[in-house]
Design a protein around this ligand. Sequence first.
Ligand SMILES: *[C@@H]1O[C@H](CO)[C@@H](O)[C@H](O)[C@H]1NC(C)=O
Ligand SMILES: [Zn+2]
Length: 385
Amino acid sequence: MMKSLLSTLLLLCTLVSVNAVPVVPLSTTDIKAKSAQGLRLLTLAEGVAPVWKTESEVLDLIRGGKKFFDVTETYEVELKIASARTSGDVSIQQTYAAPSHQTAVKAILATMTSANMQTYLTTLTAFNNRYYKSATGASASTWIANTAKDIATKYGRTDVEVSLFAHSFVQSSIIVRIPGTNTANPRVLLGAHMDSINLSNPTSGRAPGADDDGTGTVNLLEAYRALLQGNFRPTSTVEFQFYAAEEAGLLGSQAIATKYKNDGVAVRGHYQLDMTGYFKPGTKEVMALAPDYIDSSLNEFTKLLITAYASIPWGTDLACGYACSDHASFNKVGYPTTYPFEAVTGNDNQLIHSASDTTSVSGFSWSHSLEFAKVAAAFAYELGI
Ligand SMILES: *[C@@H]1O[C@H](CO)[C@@H](O)[C@H](O)[C@H]1NC(C)=O
Ligand SMILES: [Zn+2]
């Protein structure tokens, strides 16, 4: 994840041009032919038609901090979803009751430790990088799946399902599912991206990705572990999702969100974690909530969770902008999402996407990161039980 004031300005400019461009749908044959030539189809702003870019143009956009959706593989299913929506499938705004399971939730949160997260992160950052096209990026994905399976085994949970969600590249997304006793209920989703990137040399350069997004990844692993230790048996299915290829245009999260929407999966809420381990020394420590491309009712619920279960307050972040992290993939198809970020933008970690994204950065704080993991577990419990 990387935001800039420029992207905020671009967002403001593009908001006024929504629906200004009449979009002529591309044909399946055209998409197949162009992607076979190695071109990628990107959307760069709200309401603007997608454009074809070469792989090297895509890398230049990433290096320039420009955020986009790579819709090469999801464009057609998105069109299907959009046409279903105009023929009457309007998503209804959901409501969220105040947190009401304090005793049970606090007992689970008391078992969560940064030491567990540090152990997970040591392995994750030891992969040379977790780039979505590299062998080590694929190995990191396998490691996350095996770790989730080991945790289920440790707590005797044969009901938990760990599955690889395969893509057209070597890194798979991972879905860790705690099935609810009522499978008709909308699902509760929590997400983080597993990939990392070295901007100067994506394929083989060093990219430990400790904060971006090793922290979100290990927050979810520890929340999941603590819930199983606490014998969490939800009514609604709860899923921990680890996305491939966020840095390359939100590929993993878009593939999952569009598949779920197209399959008619109902979602209660999605909680995104992307960078939770840093706040600029000397600044106020908060959980900074993205104000855009989120669901305002779910966001109010997250504020209540933070007040009830975290030892730091919530804050309001600056606009994250178009396609800024995986929550945007869920927002795009009409699922409610919320995104607490490590600091108000400007006070966040500036050393990401490089060999320097490590835990030894001054301002990196495990106790800060643990708060995001605790609120993740509380989110899963309060909405899932
Ligand atoms: C990318 O990786 C190379 C080699 O591992 C390293 O020397 C370089 O500093 C990295 N680039 C960035 C932007 O960190
Ligand atoms: Zn990120």
